[in-house]
Design a protein around this ligand. Structure first.
Ligand code: BGC
Length: 238
């Protein structure tokens, strides 16, 4: 199993446990929060989901007490339905609460932007404020392995090849509930994209979306790593 492979665990999944993914199948996990909420030994990566000042203030203690070595930043900060914070406010919180962790040897993932102009512009503005990061955390949804790898390659070239990349959400989707992507295409995309990510030295880690039984119709249930019976799906066993 690739050392890059992790899972993005949705805390709203109350039906299943992260233990469904055996130790030898994943090397790390995150859950869109700063709290591990699991006893498993797999490396946990805390996330500062929003720029909420209280959460930011507690991040350092949580990172220390959980022995984390990496953190992830705001989740899709450019989107109103996600972290929704301006680059300026994000930069202020970052410099005050997050950057100091770097001095303690913690590696910082950038805010995890969506693969849109808004997302890219947000990250540009944030970096223009002088914010320090160690790697880019990127999301991508769509079709075509070349499109996917092309996107992360271009983003890295744009923001600086000194950064490595983590893909913290990705899936194969048409975003159209009336034209769902066939399961065979999803399976192929999964296998081929993992092979490409594993073969690219500047990609450090990745996590598929998603580790759940149900996904919205427009995203497509063929991307579920867990089947309706609570066992790993065919995709989840790959
Ligand atoms: C949200 C998380 C949620 C996850 C899984 C993400 O886009 O930011 O809060 O747990 O999706 O549904």
């Amino acid at each position: 199993m690739s050392h890059k492979r992790g899972i993005a665990w949705p805390l709203e999944n109350n039906e299943d446990s992260t233990d469904i993914f055996p130790e030898d199948r994943i090397r790390w996990f995150y859950n869109w929060s700063a709290d591990k909420r699991s006893n498993r030994n797999t490396e946990f990566v805390p996330m500062l989901w929003t720029g909420n000042e209280n959460d930011a203030n507690q991040l350092g203690e949580k990172v220390r007490s959980q022995g984390a070595s990496h953190i992830l930043g705001f989740n899709e900060p450019e989107r109103t339905e996600q972290a929704h914070i301006s680059p300026g406010d994000g930069a202020r919180i970052w410099k005050q609460y997050v950057e100091p962790l770097r001095g303690q040897g913690i590696r910082l993932g950038s805010p995890s932007i969506a693969s849109t102009e808004e997302g890219l512009n947000w990250l540009q503005a944030f970096l223009n404020e002088g914010c320090q990061i160690d790697f880019l955390a990127l999301h991508w949804y769509g079709r075509g392995v070349d499109n996917f790898i092309g996107y992360i390659t271009n983003v890295r070239e744009r923001f600086g090849s000194q950064y490595s990349v983590w893909v913290t959400e990705f899936a194969c989707t048409s975003w159209n509930r009336n034209e769902p992507v066939h399961q065979d295409e999803i399976n192929q995309f999964f296998e081929q994209s993992l092979a490409r990510l594993d073969g690219t030295d500047w990609v450090e880690r990745y996590a598929w979306f998603g580790a759940m039984r149900h996904l919205p119709d427009d995203l497509g249930s063929g991307n579920c790593l867990i089947g309706g019976d609570g066992q790993l799906s065919e995709l989840g066993r790959k």
